[in-house]
Design a protein. Structure first.
Length: 113
């Protein structure tokens, strides 16, 4: 599925099942909440925290929740994510063409000096 298709599918779902989009500000708050839930799972899976009893290692679902709300916001604000992402990738390529390749910190093994 492309980003464009995902935006269209979210829009169709909202129109069929969701009644209407939440306001942009509400969706921004929901996006923040979903990113927090993703951060919680990351901290437990890859960080120093452990999962609480009954918590799930649902990294994929939390990432999908973040994407869902981002797609909603894009639809609401008229952003074509396919075009925006392509422009963003071009910008990063121009700006960082040699930055990361020449970064000695990235050449070190993760977690070791």
């Amino acid at each position: 599925m492309t980003l464009d298709e995902a935006q269209k599918r979210v829009d169709a779902w909202i129109k069929e099942y969701g009644v209407r989009y939440f306001s942009e500000l509400t969706n921004m708050a929901v996006l923040t909440e979903e990113v927090g839930e993703l951060a919680r799972v990351m901290a437990r899976k890859y960080g120093d925290q452990s999962f609480k009893e009954g918590e799930k290692e649902n990294l994929d679902d939390e990432m999908a929740d973040v994407l869902w709300v981002l797609l909603c916001l894009a639809n609401q604000t008229g952003v074509n994510l396919t075009e925006a992402f392509a422009r963003n990738l071009e910008k990063k390529t121009r700006r960082d063409r040699t930055r990361h390749i020449n970064n000695q910190k990235l050449k070190k093994e993760h977690g070791k000096d």
